[in-house]
Design a protein around this ligand. Sequence first.
Ligand SMILES: C[S@@+](CC[C@H](N)C(=O)[O-])C[C@H]1O[C@@H](n2cnc3c(N)ncnc32)[C@H](O)[C@@H]1O
Ligand SMILES: Nc1nc2[nH]cc(C(=O)O)c2c(=O)[nH]1
Ligand code: SF4
Ligand SMILES: [Mg+2]
Length: 193
Amino acid sequence: MEQFYTIQGEGYNTGRAAYFVRLGGCDVGCVWCDVKESWDADAHPRVSIPDIVATTTAHAGRNVVITGGEPLMHNLGHLTAALHAAGCQNWIETSGAYPLSGEWDWICVSPKKFKAPLPEVLAAAHELKIIVFNKSDFAWAEQHAALVSPSCRLYLQPEWSKVSQMMPLIVDYVKENPKWQVSLQTHKFLDIP
Ligand SMILES: C[S@@+](CC[C@H](N)C(=O)[O-])C[C@H]1O[C@@H](n2cnc3c(N)ncnc32)[C@H](O)[C@@H]1O
Ligand SMILES: Nc1nc2[nH]cc(C(=O)O)c2c(=O)[nH]1
Ligand code: SF4
Ligand SMILES: [Mg+2]
């Protein structure tokens, strides 16, 4: 759908330069999705893997974030092998609703109520990022924290339209449950892509 070089705004790798490849197509249907224009894969031009690798490696950074849409609706084996061969570190943003494909250096799973994550994707996650839209999401977060590996980093990220209502609850929750960390969509505060 689009490619852009920016700063990873969310989660464990916040603040690091990264080239984003946003793949079209998603049927998860999150009511608050901030990139609904990605849902229809056919609305976006097809780009070849060599072209993605060439534009990615034209930048100084070597971290690539594969996102979407839901990137795991595609088989990502060839794309991630080509990026690795070009010296890239491959990071993924996924809901976990589809089987894992591809070669990954960092897997961020952000599970959704609208389409359940697969247990094997949760088990492979380096980072679990729960979007907090209302106060019932803390109990839901704990249910998913029980399904990830012991070394998986745990993040609570406010839904963007609810930041002012949810942040005080998230702050209190993290102070009481310090295995969790706060994640903010810092790129939105900075007004960068
Ligand atoms: C647009 S999604 C694309 C990747 C994948 N479909 C997923 O949901 O993980 C990228 C990240 O943005 C988060 N996100 C989407 N809309 C959001 C919103 N309104 N507020 C906070 N986070 C949001 C998702 O949970 C996910 O972690
Ligand atoms: N700067 C920036 N960081 C991000 N982290 C995850 C994003 C995404 O939409 O997947 C995203 C995004 O869209 N922009
Ligand atoms: S899974 Fe990701 S891309 Fe799909 S609707 Fe939800 S937030 Fe948007
Ligand atoms: Mg985004």
